[in-house]
Design a protein around this ligand. Structure first.
Ligand SMILES: Cc1cc2nc3c(=O)[nH]c(=O)nc-3n(C[C@H](O)[C@H](O)[C@H](O)COP(=O)(O)OP(=O)(O)OC[C@H]3O[C@@H](n4cnc5c(N)ncnc54)[C@H](O)[C@@H]3O)c2cc1C
Length: 302
């Protein structure tokens, strides 16, 4: 029996694991890989790293740090989570079952990719998902926003605080942005190109232009995808945890979900998805969860 089971070894799960291990708790972390944290080319808005830090390096250090204090991390997909009769949790991964007194869901989200030929050559480097993360990169660049809805209009208007050169490419999708947004785009001279995109072109992951099926092309240095993401909330739903209309898990200020002893941290709870928030929430969940174990006289593991 572990004190805490954590599903997900991204920034949120590892941060919780580190804090719990340093509270002398037995911690088992499951991860099936493909963390969003890993995908980030460089975090430049994460305090303490003057030259930024890649997601890969952050995870490698985070794993070593949590393991150094006794957390166990295994590469495994959790297929189910259930409450046991005595108020604990049973997690199935592979052909094994594991038991814990508390559970933290740090399962993250999956990004939806724009259906555009060549986009993956640039994704995460010169095509961004998040303006709070990468808006700075658009300064004085030629920007293209991919999408046809309110998100695309909102993104294009936000990008105006970084550059005046921005257009929207809907890739043949019917415009679905509301009238207020359309008017604002017009007022700000933001062009909307509704042609189908043939492909994105560039070298060394640097976007250079968008070509359209009608043979026209537009130069662009930076793109912004508004395709959104899908929360990995299946385990939460199976536990009866309450979610928001967008599928993210609802938590209180202590990172507790609607189900007792089930906590959630990171992108799975956040609409503003930031590595610093995931890390902070991991610490918060760990501290508050540890207090609940102490209150039950669940003291020492070793
Ligand atoms: C391209 C890109 C650039 C970014 N740039 C920035 C930036 O500059 N600054 C910034 O602050 N943020 C940035 N972000 C956002 C930041 O990366 C995330 O907010 C943060 O990494 C989320 O961490 P997490 O732990 O919540 O999720 P993740 O890192 O996604 O970890 C969740 C893990 O849970 C695992 N998992 C899910 N279900 C299961 C299961 N059933 N069994 C086992 N494992 C499971 C997943 O496989 C995954 O490994 C960026 C994101 C992307 C995609």
């Amino acid at each position: 029996m572990f004190d805490v089971l954590i599903v997900g070894a991204g920034a949120g799960g590892l941060s919780a694991a580190l804090q719990l291990a340093r509270s002398n708790r037995s911690v088992l972390v499951f991860d099936r890989g493909k963390q969003r944290t890993l995908w980030a080319h460089k975090f430049e808005n994460y305090l303490g790293f003057l030259d930024g830090i890649s997601g890969k390096d952050l995870l490698e250090i985070g794993r070593k740090q949590a393991q150094a204090f006794g957390a166990t991390i295994i590469q495994a997909e959790v297929s189910s989570v259930a409450k046991t009769g005595d108020g604990n949790f049973k997690v199935a991964a592979g052909d094994q079952s594991y038991f814990g007194k508390r559970i933290i869901l740090a399962t993250g989200v999956k990004d939806n990719m724009p259906q555009i030929t060549g986009v993956m050559n640039f994704m995460g480097i010169t095509v961004a998902h998040c303006l709070d993360c990468d808006g700075y990169e658009f300064i004085n660049k030629r920007a293209v926003v991919f999408g046809a809805g309110n998100g695309a209009a909102d993104g294009a208007l936000r990008i105006l605080s970084f550059t005046q050169q921005v257009f929207i490419a809907t890739n043949g999708e019917a415009l679905s942005m509301n009238e207020k947004y359309r008017q604002k785009l017009q007022e700000n001279g933001i062009e909307i190109i509704e042609n189908n995109i043939a492909e994105l072109q560039g070298t060394n992951h640097r976007l250079e232009k968008v070509t359209f099926v009608d043979g026209s092309e537009r130069e662009a240095d930076f793109g912004y995808s508004t395709s959104g993401s899908k929360p990995h909330n299946e385990l939460a739903l199976s536990l009866g945890v309450e979610t928001l209309p967008n599928g993210h898990i609802l938590v209180n200020k202590d990172m507790e979900t609607s189900e007792p002893n089930v906590y959630a941290v990171g992108d799975i709870i956040n609409s503003s998805q930031q590595v610093s928030l995931a890390v902070a929430q991991g610490v918060r969940a760990a501290i508050m969860l540890n207090k609940t174990l102490l209150a039950e006289n669940q003291t020492i593991k070793r």
